[in-house]
Design a protein around this ligand. Structure first.
Ligand code: SF4
Ligand code: SF4
Length: 227
């Protein structure tokens, strides 16, 4: 009887032995990261290759950790770096301080700064922890730079502007699925995030730019004469 009671005590243990394993052999094997994962930042470009950053310093102002340093400079008239009057001449992020809160991403008026999904990076000196424009601005094909000390895996460079694709889930229903962000080099205009009222991600499409909505509204007000 005592043996039977002992076996009964192992019921949960034996039950777990036949369950599928959930342990991953990290870092060789990694879990898929969520769409809005906050990893190492990137500085984006427009589809024509120009830089989105206009050197306004809003990201630096809002950062609670004080880890962004930006200096803006007037665009050279003959070879502008960005479409604005100014561009980010110096841009630095100190990743020893960054807490990946994404407030800089939310504050940015041009969607210049967003985050990739890479978190596996380390440094051997304080200098290496300070990323400059050279490391942060995306490649000529729009993908993030893969630095030698970073462990990039499949998917870490996808949807670097993940959270921006959410379209008014708590606001006016009419705005759900409406794209109000600009295209990115190598990516075009990204699809809106779905799943907020039954719409699935695979069914979402950049179907209607917000400026078109505005243009239609103004046109209607003027009896269809404005385009
Ligand atoms: S994610 Fe947060 S802490 Fe990091 S640079 Fe942006 S605002 Fe600063
Ligand atoms: S990243 Fe955005 S908020 Fe920061 S300086 Fe550039 S444009 Fe301004």
């Amino acid at each position: 009887m005592a043996v039977f009671d002992g076996l009964k005590g192992f019921k949960v243990t034996f039950g777990q032995m036949v369950q599928p394993r959930v342990t991953k052999q990290y870092p060789e094997e990694k879990r898929k990261k969520p769409g809005r994962f906050h990893g190492r930042h990137v500085l984006n470009r427009y589809e024509d290759g120009s830089e989105k950053c206009i050197g306004c310093e809003l990201c630096a102002g809002v950062c609670p950790a004080g880890c962004i340093y930006v200096r803006g400079k007037d665009n050279p008239p003959d070879a502008p770096v960005s479409p604005g009057e100014r561009y980010g001449y110096v841009y630095e992020i100190n990743f020893l301080r960054c807490i990946h809160c994404d407030l800089c991403v939310e504050a940015c008026p041009t969607e210049a700064i967003t985050e990739s999904k890479i978190l596996e990076f380390s440094f051997t000196s304080r200098r290496e922890a300070i990323y400059t424009k050279k490391e942060l601005v995306v490649n000529n094909d729009g993908t993030p730079k893969r630095l030698p000390w970073e462990d990039w895996r499949v998917g870490d460079d996808e949807l670097t502007s993940g959270w921006m694709r959410a379209t008014s889930p708590g606001g006016a229903k009419d705005y759900e699925g409406l794209v109000h962000w600009s295209g990115e080099l190598g990516q075009g205009v990204r699809k809106p995030e779905a799943g907020q009222s039954g719409l699935k991600d695979e069914d979402a499409s950049p179907r209607y730019m917000i400026r078109q909505v505005e243009s239609d509204r103004i046109s209607k007000r003027h009896g269809g004469r404005v385009r």
